[in-house]
Design a protein around this ligand. Structure first.
Ligand SMILES: Nc1nc2c(c(=O)[nH]1)N(C=O)[C@@H](CNc1ccc(C(=O)N[C@@H](CCC(=O)O)C(=O)O)cc1)CN2
Ligand SMILES: Nc1nc2c(ncn2[C@@H]2O[C@H](COP(=O)(O)OP(=O)(O)OP(=O)(O)O)[C@@H](O)[C@H]2O)c(=O)[nH]1
Ligand SMILES: [Mg+2]
Length: 436
């Protein structure tokens, strides 16, 4: 399917469904201001000072007043889409918004598709594809970490980085070409490797931020695992700040798993409290234990809890590289060496802040705070492709390295939306909401 036409005037409700203090209907396209002028009673929109609000009334086709509203007018190219655009700020009632959209459509606008305003901004060259994706990430950001990264992407943080890497590769290509054409004058072949390696290193560092980017955007699953009575449910409650899970002194209290959403140091997290792991013949408890181990295997991070006030049985087999070890009940005297464990007391709250920090640092381990991260699957795939090409270039004989470098350049360019198929573009914008 071809991308939608830029010629039509598109219209959409830009505010979320439901009631609100104010609702916004936006229109964009050549002739959109004239179209709105036909429905506007007040100062002539065509004579308005740019980017200023005016108060007036919106009229339906038969002259009926639909609402009192504010009108905001943008002139091409100084608008979000780069085209003539207008916004009607109405009372935030679904009935008003529907009626205003209907009046605009009756006057000649077409209902916009998902993300079509941002698509226009992309096509008109006001932003590249990575920035458009950052708009989507920003709208969807539910945590502070995600918000910060999306904003960085929107202001071309990632785009500039990709651009810099590409320039390094273009430069290298030119040198290789010079060497092929004038072997006595061009760079030494040995220099190619020396120049490729740092670029490959940069690509790898950026690629390594992808898991953190995904976690900042989508959140992480953290499993609380340990022997019965280790204090898993108590720790869940302490992290939440309210009593979500049942706590008793009887080992085996939690029989099934229990999920609770929370935010840890700016990262959205689903914490999963599980049944205590121990050898058992009880069929109900056995299922609970199996489930606990399954949840641990699938989690982004495991908190392995061990009661520091009680002698411990050997721990179960867990993916320790994805685990943090926690020594619970730190308010009681320890009866074993808790070195390598984070001491925490759910009873007093001691160690909780350190635990939150440790969870945050572990989840975002490969993503330095002040830098850009990869925040979606499409970007990660393209970067992985660039990495593979660069490895290939390092292995190839000098006269063939250029081909692999070109492959890497193409992969990098696709992150910015250069030379990508309409299908790729469509897939990106399909995830947007209507009105964005
Ligand atoms: N009401 C409203 N709020 C909004 C938006 C919007 O479109 N409407 N935005 C988006 O959905 C975001 C703001 N982004 C925007 C980006 C550029 C322009 C714009 O008109 N730029 C022109 C003029 C700039 C200027 O006057 O300095 C330009 O860049 O040329 C508008 C909004 C968030 N809040
Ligand atoms: N002194 C002290 N007691 C604690 C602490 N945390 C938990 N306990 C006690 O330890 C017992 C077990 O706590 P739970 O949180 O139910 O332990 P659990 O790991 O969820 O146990 P199961 O659900 O049976 O696997 C309860 O009596 C808690 O009050 C702590 O930090 N200090
Ligand atoms: Mg429990």
């Amino acid at each position: 399917m071809p991308l939608p036409s830029l010629q039509d005037i598109i219209a959409a409700i830009a505010t979320p469904p439901g009631k609100g203090a104010v609702g916004i209907v936006r229109v964009s396209g050549e002739g959109s201001i004239e179209l709105v002028a036909g429905l506007w009673k007040g100062k002539n929109p065509l004579e308005l000072k740019l980017n200023s609000f005016t108060y007036g009334k919106i009229l339906g086709a038969d002259g009926e007043v639909l609402d009192e509203a504010l009108l905001l007018v943008f002139r091409a190219p100084h608008s979000y889409t780069g085209q003539d655009s207008a916004e009607l700020h109405t009372h935030g009632s679904p009935a008003v918004l529907r009626k205003v959209l209907q009046a605009l459509v009756e006057a000649g606008a077409r209902p916009a598709g998902p993300g079509e305003f941002t698509l226009r901004a992309y096509i008109s060259g006001r932003m590249d594809l990575a920035q458009a994706e950052a708009v989507l990430s920003l709208v969807e950001s539910e945590s502070d970490a995600a918000r910060r990264q999306a904003l960085r992407g929107l202001s071309a943080g990632l785009s500039n980085k990709i651009q810099a890497l590409s320039e390094g590769l273009f430069d290298l290509l030119a040198h290789i070409q010079a060497w092929l054409d004038y072997p006595e004058e061009g760079v030494e072949p040995a220099e190619i490797r020396g120049r490729l390696e740092p670029i490959l290193g940069e690509v790898r560092r950026l690629l390594a931020t992808a898991p953190a980017g995904r976690i900042a955007q989508r959140g992480a699953r953290i499993a609380l695992v340990g022997a019965p009575n280790a204090g898993k449910s108590s720790l869940l409650n302490a992290l939440l700040g309210y009593d979500r899970a049942i706590v008793t002194p009887i080992p085996g209290t939690t029989r099934d798993y229990l999920e609770a959403p929370l935010e840890i140091a700016g990262v959205p997290v689903t914490a999963v409290d599980t049944a205590g792991v121990r050898p058992t013949e009880d069929p109900v408890e056995k299922s609970g234990v199996e489930r606990a181990l399954q949840i641990a295997r699938e989690a982004d991070l495991i908190l392995y809890l061990a009661d520091s006030s009680q002698p411990q049985l050997p721990p179960p087999a867990l993916p320790w590289e994805r685990s943090l070890k926690v020594a619970t009940k730190a308010d009681l005297p320890a009866v074993w060496d808790t070195q390598g464990f984070l001491p925490v007391s759910s009873a007093t709250g001691a160690g909780l802040e350190e635990l939150r920090r440790a969870i945050h640092d572990r989840l975002l381990r490969d993503a330095p705070e002040g830098e850009v991260w990869i925040t979606n699957e499409r970007q990660a795939e393209a970067l992985a492709r660039a990495e593979a090409y660069l490895c290939e270039a390092l292995e190839a004989p000098e006269d063939l390295a250029g081909l692999s470098i070109e492959g890497a350049l193409e992969a990098l360019a696709s992150i910015l939306g250069k030379n990508v198929s309409d299908e790729v573009i469509e897939r990106v914008f399909r995830n947007f909401c209507v009105g964005k």
